[in-house]
Design a protein around this ligand. Structure first.
Ligand code: UDP
Ligand code: MG
Length: 342
């Protein structure tokens, strides 16, 4: 794009932060030095996902120094994906870049993301090359999961795809229309399509603190992803049903044959018990899977807000794009605005 048009462009950087007080200042410094070189107006929105440390205090002091640094505070810890969604809702830029607060996503990559956007890509993904401090377990399970996800859902997801990406305003508005519970943005971004490109990057070590993705959150994230994009786990039951009933039919034919033709009843109490217990095990697993999907339907039907915002800084109501207007705001006694969204 010619340089003369550049100053009219604006970009928003959205950064979910859960107990990341120590990381915000170094990140903001690196970001500002990179952003000041870009031919665009910018804003940084930190989303405090219910931190128990001084993350919100840090965001407030950064906002006082530079009003282009803004903040959203969720009323409790709702999880990374919802924090990202809250950021997408309030971002005003022509493009929105999401990244982590722990400096694992290098700000030095921003000019390249910007450049790819300017050359016409509406989605610029990044693919993380695993850092040395990644355990072999995390590396293999993550790769296996991405392969399984792509195979079951038909939505191609590459191993190492991170929530570090640039989205054009048009794509952001499309994503904001999604009202589903159990958000899995990596899948949704692939699902919406559009012309996209990807950049590989060497992930840095976390600057300060430890990972905020506990094994429980990780499992929940993985299951939400799979179950929002694929019904195959439900259909596995039908497949197993066909296979086992086919085998039992052959077994019955054999039992009749040995009784009538050979004149011998089939022995084998132990083997019958083993088969029955195995099949009961499978049956209960499938019932559990069924229950999980029904539970997701219940949550969806109940229609509770997916997250609540207790405060925001530097953002006014008009900065919210029209697509998120289904949320509502209520004046709290202290004058603080509370906003809920679906
Ligand atoms: N995060 C969040 N809410 C959570 C967990 C994580 O907002 O419940 C944020 C966290 O502060 C970080 C990003 O999501 O900015 C990625 O988390 P983390 O670095 O802990 O994950 P990892 O890189 O270890 O997968
Ligand atoms: Mg991290």
């Amino acid at each position: 794009m010619p340089k003369a048009q550049a100053p009219t462009l604006s970009i928003s950087i959205i950064i979910p932060a859960y107990n990341e007080a120590e990381n915000l200042e170094p990140l903001q410094q690196k970001l500002e030095s990179v952003l000041s070189e870009l031919p665009a107006r910018w804003e940084i929105i930190f989303i405090d996902d219910g931190s128990s440390d001084d993350t919100w205090g840090k965001i407030e002091s950064l906002n006082q120094i530079n009003p282009r640094i803004k903040g959203i505070r969720l009323s409790r810890n709702f999880g990374h994906q919802y924090a990202l969604f809250a950021g997408l809702q309030r971002a005003t830029g022509d493009a929105v870049i999401s990244m982590d607060a722990d400096l694992q996503h290098p700000p030095a990559l921003l000019p390249e993301l910007f450049q790819q956007w300017q050359s016409g890509h509406k989605v610029v993904n990044t693919v993380r090359l695993d850092p040395d401090d990644f355990s072999a377990f995390k590396r293999y399970t993550s790769r296996l999961y991405y392969r399984l996800f792509s195979f079951l859902s038909g939505v191609p997801l590459e191993p190492g795809m991170a929530d570090f990406r640039l989205l054009d305003r048009q794509v952001v508005n499309d994503i904001l229309k999604m009202r589903e519970e159990g958000l899995f943005l990596r899948g949704i971004v692939q699902w919406v399509g559009y012309k996209s490109s990807k950049i590989s990057f060497q992930s840095e070590r976390r600057w300060h603190g430890v990972t905020k993705y506990t094994p429980r959150k990780m499992l929940q994230f993985a299951w939400h992803g799979l179950s929002s994009f694929s019904l195959v786990p439900l259909r596995i039951g039908v497949l197993i049903g066909f296979i086992t009933s086919g085998l039992s039919f052959l077994g019955i034919l054999y039992a009749i044959y040995s009784k009538l033709i050979i004149g011998q009843a089939v022995p084998g109490w132990a083997s019958s018990i083993a088969i029955i217990s195995f099949l009961f095990g499978v049956l209960f697993i499938l019932l559990g899977v069924l229950g999980e999907y029904i539970g997701r339907i219940l949550i969806e039907v109940r229609g509770r807000p997916r997250f609540l915002i207790s405060e925001h800084l530097g953002l006014n109501k008009s900065s919210s794009p029209p697509t998120s207007s289904t949320g509502y705001s209520t004046r709290q006694p202290g004058g603080m605005k509370q906003r809920t969204e679906r």
